[in-house]
Ligand binder design. Structure first.
Ligand code: SF4
Length: 248
């Protein structure tokens, strides 16, 4: 079955204002075990995991350990694995360790070109290693994050991974997200969010932000031109048109 951008129009209209849990249920119903949550253990992602687990939706959760993550992020992953019994956490790794890669190619993340290669090797390639295993990847992108994400739709195509990308939180504001954590104190939050990091990536490329800075100002601060790593094709407007999913 070939799916094009045009096929997604009615789906996006139908789910534009839908509750995130309704979109999660839809994903589970349609794709079964071929749908997975992709999370970097930031708060929007852990909220999604909490919603799914509470509702008994037993998704795989894909987590890419780049080898240069903060301890707090790895601990959040471990806490999620031990408390969310319906979810199965799968940690994906780059082919080479960070030091091995650096010995062979130099320190990549200090230049814009190097950053692109580093993110490709340490983030996108590990995800690509499960290409063919899933028909739908569920992420935590929100329009409220601004930039390229201001246009994110509930359903999009990812030609590279040959999957649908599903964004149940597309229309969720940061206020609504805050309210979710207030209402559900057992939902996990990466402690770095309380330490001045509104968004979190690898430790060499993430800093806290000042109160009047945009949410993503702390990402690749040393490289003025970089905004995203590319693991979410929506961020680079590189969705393409047409994925082919097996008929089952
Ligand atoms: Fe490399 Fe930085 Fe990208 Fe992490 S965020 S993969 S350290 S360039």
């Amino acid at each position: 079955m070939r799916i094009t951008q045009a096929d997604l129009v009615p789906l996006n209209q139908r789910f534009e204002d839908a509750a995130p849990l309704d979109i999660l249920r839809f994903a589970r119903e349609v794709f079964g075990e071929r749908a997975a949550i992709l999370s970097s253990m930031q708060r929007a992602g852990t909220a999604l995991c909490h919603m799914a687990d509470r509702a008994g939706l037993d998704f795989d959760v894909l987590f890419v350990d780049t080898g240069v993550l903060h301890t707090q992020t790895l601990e959040t992953r471990d806490a999620l694995a031990s408390t969310h019994r319906h979810l199965r956490i799968h940690t994906l790794h780059p082919e080479r360790g960070f030091l091995e890669q650096t010995r062979e190619e130099g320190l990549l993340y200090v230049t814009p070109e190097g950053q692109e290669r580093c993110c490709d090797l340490r983030k996108t390639a590990p995800l690509r290693s499960v290409r063919g295993r899933y028909d739908a990847l569920i992420g935590a992108l929100r329009r409220g994050e601004g930039g390229a994400r201001a246009r994110v739709q509930p359903f999009a195509l990812d030609v590279d991974m040959n999957t649908l990308r599903i964004h149940p939180l597309a229309h969720v504001t940061s206020e609504t997200l805050n309210a979710y954590f207030t209402e559900h104190p057992d939902a996990l939050q990466n402690p770095l969010h309380l330490m001045g990091f509104p968004t979190i990536g690898c430790f060499p490329c993430t800093t806290p932000v000042l109160p009047d800075e945009p949410e993503r100002a702390g990402r690749w601060r040393h490289l003025a031109s970089v905004a995203y790593c590319g693991i979410n094709p929506t961020d680079r407007g590189a969705l393409g048109d047409g994925v082919v999913l097996d008929d089952r």
